[in-house]
Every structure is written in structure tokens, then in C-alpha cells.
Design a protein around this ligand. Structure first.
Ligand code: ADP
Ligand code: MG
Length: 406
């Protein structure tokens, strides 16, 4: 059997009409002679009755202290409802279909409730149903521990489910269907003229995803990459070709050289960050202070980003929601910090800029021309980023986009 895993995101499943369209995409794959395995997310976004965030709020408002285990059980319901609806849509159209929960589909995870990792996939039951000619619909975002606990995989977890199934079934493709035309040069909600990329490498999409382009979960890409399973990001609502995600080797085999003709793969953003500037002594005492500082934050489980260490200063950012806790830890360990909440990170990502001179200069130029203050900046092998104020984020993304697309 030649499997194609087709994952459909929440916005693709909200109405009966959309589910019809989704069913048609699934049936088309079957009629081409492939065996579709469908993975679904919960239907819709906050406010829609069975969306994950709606389910969370329905409990959290009244029962703030609900255990994380029970939250996972609750959160797994959104996908179950979507999966049943999808199987029902296929059945209504005259196709045999069966909905399996993550556990039934053989997705085994570790025990980290709300952010579990897939450890193993036993796809026997999927294969059995597929051999019977049934279209298998699997509920995304969830799995089961060895001892039978239901777990969820964290935000974007359905992408991970699809990737893991793709590897377990040695699928021809893992297709991620969403509400945009593919992997775009920037978030289309911010940059109107952003356009889809035809091909990107696994590395490029991982970078984009880590830097905030949440169109595909980076963990999902890391999984398909291990077995070189090609992934395609496609639009549920159109018949566009979408974006092919593959290895550099595959790309170079063909005629498309995707790194030579572009410096930047895409522009990304991460909102809602807080910057901390912590003055320390410049002498030997300063070294001890730095050790105490990082140890205190690590012990408190605070994850830091964008760390710059200078002789008399340590600068870093945390997510806005970790601000209070971070401030508390600093106070308890004897530091006074200069705190700037409401920041955002904008980044230009691209393997093609390695070694290209002047990329940082053009970023600075693009931002300062728009009177955007750069609070912090840095670069790595494939990414150049700047921290700006949240209210400047959209303007900054557009400025970078214009700078690099001309
Ligand atoms: P789904 O519910 O299908 O999983 P997501 O919201 O997780 O959808 O991902 C799709 C969204 O990702 C798009 O609607 C788009 O706004 C956003 N996005 C951010 N950056 C990019 C990018 N570079 N390319 C495509 N989409 C992007
Ligand atoms: Mg998603």
C-alpha cells in the first residue's frame, strides 16, 4: 500500500461545507490509487464550540486547579469530535471510513501531560482497516502512555501525529492542509503580498517554525526528516500545488536550486516577549553573580531566549507570561533588573545568507528607516533577528519583507 497522510487543521473543518471539501480531497487521493490516512485537529478556533481553547476555558473559568491529567483528557475530546464528524462525512458520501483515537491508532507517548512526546507508533490497526478498504481517520494531537493514560502533544501537535504516522507507514507524502497556500515568504496575516514558496528544505522550515512561523510544527518536520519522507503544505480551499518540503539532496537532484537565488527564506515574528537587562559587577564578583543568576533562573524552570552576556550586563528575554516569575527570582537572588515588557522578535531566516556580507546592515537600515527602535539583535548561521516593541512588530515585519523581496 502506498500511503498518503493528510492532516487537516482546525480552520479546515469548522463547517459541514468545509468538511465536504476535505472529504473530496481525501477521496481524490484514494481514487489516484493511494491509501489516504486522515489526521484531524479540533474544529475551529476559540469561540467555536469544540475548539481546544473553548474546551480549556469551559473548565478553567470555574475549576482553576484542575489537574493536568484531567485537562489532557478534556483536550483530547476536540479531536475525537472532529474525527467522528470527518468519518461520518466520508460515510455519508458512500466511502467506508473508521475513526481511531490516538491510542487506538497506536500512538505511544511519554507521560508528560499537555506536552507529551511520541515514543513509538504501532500502526497495525491502521493497516488492518486500510486493507479492509476503509479510510482511516486518526484524531491528531493525542496519544497514550504505556500504562494507558491519555496524553496530548502540545500546540501544533496534530502536525506531529501526521509526521509520526507518515514515518510509521512509510508514506509517499505527509500532506499538511491549512488555510494558506503553503509556506509563505512571511505571515500572510501581516504581509499581504507574501507568496508561497515552491520548495523549501527541512532545515529551512525548521528554522522558520522555531522563529515563529507556526504553519508547521518544527517537531513534525524533525520527524519526517529522519526518514526523508517528503512533506507538502497545501491549502484546503484551493487546488494550488502548495509547498514541497524536502532535503537539500533531493532539491539539488532536480533543476531547482532554491538556495542560490534567495538570501532569505522568510520573515518571521514572535510577539509577547519581555526583555530583562540585569547589571552585574565587571570584576570577579560579576562572574559569581552571573553564575548565581543563571542557576536561579534554571532552577525555577524559566526558559530564557536571546541571551547576551557582557562584562557588566546580562540581557535576555522571556515570554510575557513568565515575567512575574522571572522578576521574583531575580529579586530573591539579589538582582535589580531593567524590565521592558511588550516586546516582539522579528527575524529574517535563510540558509542562503550564510556568509553574505551586509545582511545585518540592511536589516538595521530597513528598521531605522521606519523609526523602529532595535532593543537587541543578534545573528546566527541562518537567522538574523531584532527585538522591537510589540507595537512596532507588524511594521518591522513589513519593512524587512520589503527590504529582502526587492
Ligand atoms: P492549522 O489550524 O491548519 O494548523 P495554523 O494556524 O497552525 O493552521 O497555521 C496556519 C497559519 O500559519 C496561517 O493561517 C498563517 O497565518 C500562519 N503563518 C505564519 N507564518 C507563515 C508562513 N511563513 N507561511 C504560511 N503561513 C504562516
Ligand atoms: Mg497548526
Amino acid at each position: 500500500m502506498r500511503f498518503i497522510v493528510q492532516k487537516f487543521g482546525g480552520t479546515s473543518l469548522v463547517t459541514g461545507e468545509l468538511r465536504e471539501q476535505v472529504a473530496n480531497k481525501v477521496i481524490a487521493v484514494k481514487e489516484e490509487g493511494h491509501t489516504p490516512v486522515v489526521v484531524v485537529s479540533a474544529m475551529g478556533r476559540l469561540g467555536d464550540p469544540f475548539a481546544t481553547d473553548t474546551l480549556i476555558n469551559s473548565i478553567r473559568d470555574e475549576y482553576k486547579d484542575t489537574e493536568i491529567r484531567e485537562m489532557d483528557l478534556l483536550m483530547s475530546c476536540g479531536e475525537i469530535i472532529a474525527g467522528v464528524m470527518m468519518a461520518a462525512t466520508l460515510q455519508k458520501k458512500g466511502h467506508a471510513a473508521v475513526c481511531l483515537t490516538g491510542a487506538q491508532a497506536g500512538i505511544l507517548t511519554d507521560g508528560a501531560f499537555s506536552d507529551a512526546r511520541i515514543m513509538k507508533v504501532k500502526p497495525d490497526r491502521i493497516i488492518k482497516h486500510a486493507k479492509e478498504g476503509k479510510i482511516v481517520v486518526v484524531t491528531g494531537f493525542q496519544g497514550m502512555t504505556e500504562d494507558g493514560e491519555v496524553t496530548t502533544l502540545g500546540r501544533g501537535g496534530s502536525d506531529t501525529t501526521a509526521a509520526a504516522l507518515g514515518v510509521a507507514l512509510d508514506a509517499t507524502y505527509v500532506d499538511i492542509y491549512t488555510d494558506v497556500e503553503g509556506i509563505m515568504t512571511a505571515d500572510p496575516r501581516i504581509v499581504e503580498e507574501a507568496r508561497p514558496r515552491e520548495v523549501v528544505t527541512y532545515d529551512e522550515i525548521c528554522q522558520l517554525a522555531h522563529e515563529g512561523a507556526k504553519v508547521v510544527h518544527p517537531r513534525a518536520v524533525e520527524i519526517v526528516m529522519q526518514k526523508n519522507i517528503p512533506m507538502r503544505v497545501k491549502c484546503t480551499f484551493t487546488d494550488g500545488p502548495g509547498t514541497l518540503v524536502t532535503s537539500t539532496g533531493e532539491v539539488n537532484k532536480g533543476t531547482i536550486d532554491i538556495t542560490r537565488d534567495r538570501t532569505i527564506t522568510g520573515i518571521t515574528q514572535i510577539p509577547n516577549l519581555t526583555q530583562f537587562k540585569v547589571p552585574v559587577d565587571e570584576n570577579e564578583e560579576g562572574l559569581r553573580q552571573k553564575r548565581r543568576l543563571f542557576k536561579g533562573l534554571a532552577l525555577a524552570g524559566i526558559s530564557l531566549d536571546f541571551i547576551n552576556v557582557y562584562p557588566g550586563m546580562v540581557v535576555f528575554t522571556v515570554k510575557d507570561e513568565a515575567r512575574q516569575k522571572t522578576a521574583q527570582v531575580l529579586e530573591n537572588t539579589g538582582f535589580t533588573a531593567d524590565v521592558t515588557p511588550g516586546c516582539a522578535k522579528v527575524a529574517a531566516v535563510g540558509a542562503g545568507m550564510t556568509g553574505v556580507p551586509g545582511v545585518m546592515a540592511s536589516i538595521v537600515e530597513a528598521l531605522t528607516r521606519e523609526d523602529i527602535q532595535i532593543l537587541q539583535s543578534s545573528d546566527s548561521y541562518t537567522t538574523i533577528w531584532a527585538l522591537v516593541r510589540r507595537e512596532d512588530m507588524e511594521k518591522a515585519v513589513r519593512a524587512l519583507y520589503r527590504q529582502f523581496s526587492s
